[in-house]
Design a protein around this ligand. Structure first.
Ligand code: HEC
Length: 186
């Protein structure tokens, strides 16, 4: 079942809250399209998926290793996403946080993010643009179809309707929520 009015207000909340440097779990769950409990389930499934889940590059505990290069999922303050959000704020552009940048990276993969992120007119003038290593594929692994099917099944089981268009956002938001609850150490 979908409660559109609630969804609508959650969109406004995203805008209102995204100016904050970091969100508590409670704030975060208010901006998500699915319940925190369901997000945790979806996120865990995506992180640990034996078929090119996040952990296959980032390791189960998120600390990284060869394929994840220097990125450590335990410490969001060290992420390039934090730098991207900081740089935008320094240029007077509000509305991006470490979380919002990371979620757009996870849902698009680096190759697409690198091409599209700075296309918005107000972002084009940003100095010190940061780009990501294309090895970062986010949810766009060769197992995307399989993982999508699994996520759809979880949504159905939990009687939650999400449009096809919103699905990548739900996947990325959920895995981010899982990271924040289970992997972050700061
Ligand atoms: C095929 C390997 C691979 C997979 C699979 C992968 N990543 Fe990554 N990830 C990378 C690499 C490489 C980087 C480093 C990118 C950089 O520093 O430019 C990275 C960086 C990141 C970062 C840090 C970005 C930053 O701002 O510095 C986050 C967050 C992240 N990945 C989340 C995920 C999540 C969540 C998934 C699963 C949905 C995932 N990754 C799947 C390789 C991967």
């Amino acid at each position: 079942m979908v409660f559109r009015p609630q969804l609508l207000s959650s969109y406004f909340l995203v805008f209102a809250l995204s100016a904050w440097p970091s969100l508590s779990a409670a704030d975060m769950s208010r901006t998500m399209l699915v319940s925190p409990a369901l997000a945790l389930k979806i996120g865990e499934r995506l992180h640990l998926s034996p078929k090119e889940g996040c952990a296959s590059c980032h390791s189960r505990d998120g600390r990284g290793g060869g394929k994840a290069k220097a990125s450590n999922l335990q410490s969001p303050s060290t992420w390039k996403s934090a730098g991207v959000a900081r740089e935008l704020r320094a240029q007077g552009i509000d509305g991006e946080t470490t979380r919002s940048v990371a979620i757009s990276l996870i849902s698009n993969g680096a190759a697409k993010w690198n091409v599209n992120f700075y296309k918005r007119p107000e972002y084009a003038a940003v100095q010190n643009k940061v780009f990501f290593d294309e090895g970062m594929i986010g949810i766009h692994s060769r197992a995307l179809k399989l993982n999508t099917r699994i996520v759809r099944r979880l949504l159905k089981k939990n009687k939650t309707v999400v449009s096809a268009k919103e699905l990548p956002r739900v996947m990325a938001e959920s895995v981010y929520f899982y990271l924040s609850e289970r992997i972050f150490v700061e």
